[in-house]
Write a protein that binds this ligand. Structure first.
Ligand SMILES: Cc1ncc(COP(=O)(O)O)c(C=O)c1O
Length: 372
């Protein structure tokens, strides 16, 4: 979809893109300055594979301060983005044939990474009316003797769903009872609007002992291109992830790590300003989407995505992929079809777009849908 949108743009069309998976803000200036200084100071050599000691220390301090998590620096592995951290975790934990529970709709990378580890993705679907959080009974029914792990993503891409503390407690109990690992991808942790973020591993030592907590700089500090993610895990898992990374990529870029240290030292104001702007855009996008007859959605409580139900418009196209194609051609608006995330009948619209583009794009979407 992004490639098609770019082609139309290069042909001179005024395309509005709601396809972005990254903040449209610039990386904060002190972070850029720290990386430039690091380059000038010669921080251009290999670092330890799991990251600079100072960064691992800063991540452990951040996880303690903001998330209530007790990790020592040697339990932290710095990787080339949270995507890389999830990959390392799955490679370390999954043996061929192991089943991994995936809560649909889910970020599509998880499925492929489970397959790359030789695992078997087992999908547990949740509906919009459940707030895209499956009931614990449905999750329990999906557990078999081969189930090894579960991937949790709160706040969620693509739905924006955020698990409440009570829901996380139920999930923790399930993981403990059935001896499951949980890979908890918390990359959108600082972008919550209604339900405050809770880290799964903060719920107790017994669940922390079976959790790999993943987060990073990409979404919180608008640093997607820097490729810095973090994982924190029980020592043997952290060591396995570090050993794997040592043979595959070695360390993440040295001066990007110095930028990450500066990011973790930023006061809360810069993140808060971005969060507040996303909140305004979320409300704007929700209001405009709800005004379109036939479109339904509940307000997403985190990340920067709306995931409306557009099933009344699918008759002519057969599926949401056809509808997304139609919107790109007719309205010149790029969206991502929900079936990409195993959430058919929906579209994902990112509000990491300017308020003017949200206004213009959704006016065009409304006009195009009115033709159907
Ligand atoms: C749920 C989720 N996890 C991880 C990532 C990737 O983060 P990073 O850029 O740090 O690899 C994304 C990016 O879109 C995401 O949506």
């Amino acid at each position: 979809m992004t490639a098609k949108a770019r082609r139309l743009q290069s042909e001179g069309h005024d395309v509005v893109s709601f396809a972005a998976g990254e903040p449209d803000f610039n990386t904060p200036e002190p972070v850029c300055e720290a990386a430039i200084k690091a380059l000038r100071d010669g921080v251009t050599k290999y670092t330890p594979s799991a990251g600079l000691p100072a960064l691992r220390q800063a991540v452990a301090a951040k996880l303690s301060r903001e998330n209530g998590l007790a990790y020592d620096p040697d339990q932290v592995v710095v990787s080339c983005g949270a995507k890389h951290s999830v990959f390392n975790a799955l490679q370390a934990l999954i043996d061929p044939g192991d089943e991994v529970l995936l809560l649909a709709p889910y970020w599509m990378t998880y499925r492929d990474q489970i397959l790359l580890a030789g695992g078997v993705p087992v999908t547990v679907a949740a509906e919009a009316r459940e707030g895209f959080v499956p009931s614990i009974d449905r999750l329990r029914e999906a557990v078999t003797p081969r189930t090894r792990a579960l991937i949790l993503n709160s706040p969620s891409n693509p739905t924006g769903a955020t698990f409440s503390r009570a829901q996380l407690k139920e999930l923790a109990a399930l993981a403990i009872r059935h001896d499951l690992w949980v890979v908890s991808d918390e990359i959108y942790e600082r972008l919550t609007y209604d339900t405050p973020h809770t880290s799964l591993a903060a719920l107790g030592r017994d669940v922390a002992e079976r959790t790999v907590t993943v987060t990073g700089c990409s979404k919180t500090y608008a640093m997607t291109g820097w490729r810095i993610g973090f994982a924190a895990a029980p020592r043997p898992v952290a060591q396995a992830m570090s050993n794997l990374q040592d043979q595959v990529t070695s360390n993440p870029t040295s001066f990007a790590q110095m930028g990450a240290i500066a990011a973790l030292e930023l006061g809360p104001e810069s993140v808060e300003a971005m969060r507040e702007e996303f909140l305004r855009r979320r409300d704007q996008m929700c209001q405009r989407l709800r005004a379109i007859p036939g479109v339904t959605l509940d307000t997403p409580s985190g990340a920067f995505y709306c995931f409306p139900d557009v099933s009344p418009f699918l008759e002519r196209f057969g599926d949401d992929v056809g509808l997304a194609d139609f919107l790109l051609e007719d309205a010149l608006v790029a969206t991502i079809p929900g079936s990409v995330f195993e959430g058919p009948g929906h579209l994902r619209l990112s509000y990491a777009a300017s308020p003017a583009d949200i206004e213009k794009g959704l006016e065009r979407v409304a006009d195009s849908l009115a033709k159907l």
